[in-house]
Design a protein around this ligand. Sequence first.
Ligand code: GLN
Length: 307
Amino acid sequence: MDPVTDSLDEVHRRLAGLRDGEVADYIPELAGADPDDFGIALVSMAGRTYRTGRADTPFTLQSVSKPFVYALALSDHGVDEVLRRVGVEPSGDAFNAISLEPGTGRPANPMVNAGAIATTALVRADGADDRFRRILARLSAFAGRELDVDEAVYASEAATGDRNRALAYLMRSAGSLRADPEETVDTYFRQCAVRVTTADLAVMAATLADGGRNPVTGVRVVSEPDAVRTLAVMATCGMYDGAGRWMLDVGLPAKSGVSGGLIAAGPARFGVAVHSPPLDASGNSVRGVAALRAMAERFGLHIMHSP
Ligand code: GLN
């Protein structure tokens, strides 16, 4: 076996017995996830995939969709226009917090739900169907294969997602969301329900790490400046109220989601992904965080580290 797979195997073996955390159940359909699902994948800039554990088990993107849709909004409007509508300051709050700027109602950043919903509304389209079609096409380009929606998870979140609906209505009343709240939230729920595997997520992260070019397919998915901006926002806001500690310990731009997915990117080096459903209090995968900590320490991955 090659040394990279060896190391991933070793980390996987060490953490498979970790029993901390809770599987998210506020979206009822997610509650049935197997807490023992645990996959790790890494994609190099040469486009080679290394994997260990259950790296081909499907699960939904949830908040891991946020940076990729932000990159799409940046390519549609440019950074200045997007900044007028969604901030880039870490909120220090939970992912579902009402983190809106007093007065303007502008959401703190695109990685918390309010900012992600506002970002989804920014995607240029001719109606809601076209907007989701463009989002799905872009997510698929990041992954290098055609992705689809887990309809059961989508329906489950659509039936219970009143907090996100409330956020959209609040933004609408403050003037920071100009689109229809119901339609926007529906598109956001669909984007969260896009189905991926750990191996897909590693390719998606590697595409950001490679300056917006998918290293497996060779396709340019976003411009280099927009890939860099997306990574910057992931670095400051991707782990919610755990973002500061994450930067201290792991030091990589990252994004987590409530189905237990976690991506991290080593700029110009690799994309890595972990999937394990049990979450910590911030909504980040317990094994995911532990795995990235172990890898960062072992390989000196911190972006502030000089080799
Ligand atoms: N769809 C989820 C929600 O909006 C995403 C949250 C997450 O993954 N942290 O609540």
